[in-house]
Write a new protein. Sequence first.
Length: 297
Amino acid sequence: MNDYMIKVISESGSLRAYACVTTGVVNEAWSREKPAPLSGMMLGRALSGMALLGGMVKGQEKIWMKFEGNGPIQKIQAECTGVGAVRGSCLNGDVDFDPSVDLKTQIRASVGVGLLTVTKDLGMKEPYSGTVHMISGEIGEDIAFYLTESEQIPSAVAVAAIPSIDGSGVDVAGGWMIQSIPSHGGKAASDESNIESIMAMINSLPPLNKMLADGFTPEQIIAMIFTEIPHKIVETVPLEFKCNCSLKMMVQALKIAGNDEIQSLIDEENGTTVSCQFCKHEYHFSHDELKSIIDVD
Ligand SMILES: [Zn+2]
C-alpha cells in the first residue's frame, strides 16, 4: 500500500481531521539513516506527525519541526510540503531499547525534556515559528500541545511506528490528528456535542499501534473516531520521502560554516565529503573546489 494522508472535515465545519499511513516514508528514512530501533521508532513517529502537519499547508508551502531535548537522541527534525514530500532525521541514531527499563519511560526519555519548534513557510516574507516545552516526549502529545498552545487550535494527535522484529525498518507507521475549529461568533450547540462525542471516542479507541497492526486504513480510523458525526474526505495527498538537497545548498552550508572551517578542510587530504543530514547523499569537494568556495567569498 502506498503512503497517503487524508483531510477530513465535519459537516458543520467545526472539526477537522487528518489521518495518514507512512510506512513507506519511514522505511525509506530508515534505510538511509540505519538507526537502532528506538531512534528509528521515534524518527518514525516524528515523520508520521510531520505528514499530518503537512495537511495544514498547501502546494509548495512547507512546514518543519524539531524536537530538541536532553535525552540520548538529542534532536529529531522533520519537514513536509503541501504536496506530501516528507523528510526527517535524528541526531543520534544509535539509541536502542533497554529490556530492563519500562517501555514508556524509555520512549519519554529518548528525546527527553526540551523544546519543540514548529516553523511554517507560507511564502510570506518571514516564516512563522512557534516553540513550546515538550510535555511528554511521546511526539504525538507534544504536537497536540504545540497546536493547542502556540496556534490556539485545540488538537488531539496520535502517531505510531512499529519497528519490525529484525530491526530493518517498521512493519507499519501512521497517525491521526483531530482539530476543533473555533467558529465565528461562538460555537453552536451541535458543535459542542460533536466535540464531546469525539473526545469520548478518542478516549475509548484501541491503541493506534494495534489499529495499524490490524490493518486499519486512514479512512477507517477517521470513520471510527467520527462515528455518528457527518463528515467528508476533502483531499487525499500521496506521501513520499523526498529530499530537496543539492550541490548548491551544500556549497551554501560550507560558506555559512566560514572560511576558517573551509581552510581546515583544504588542509586535510583529498578534499572533503559532506553528506546531507536528511537523505545522507554524499557531496564530494576536491581541494580546488574548496578553494573556489573561499575565493568566491
Ligand atoms: Zn538530501
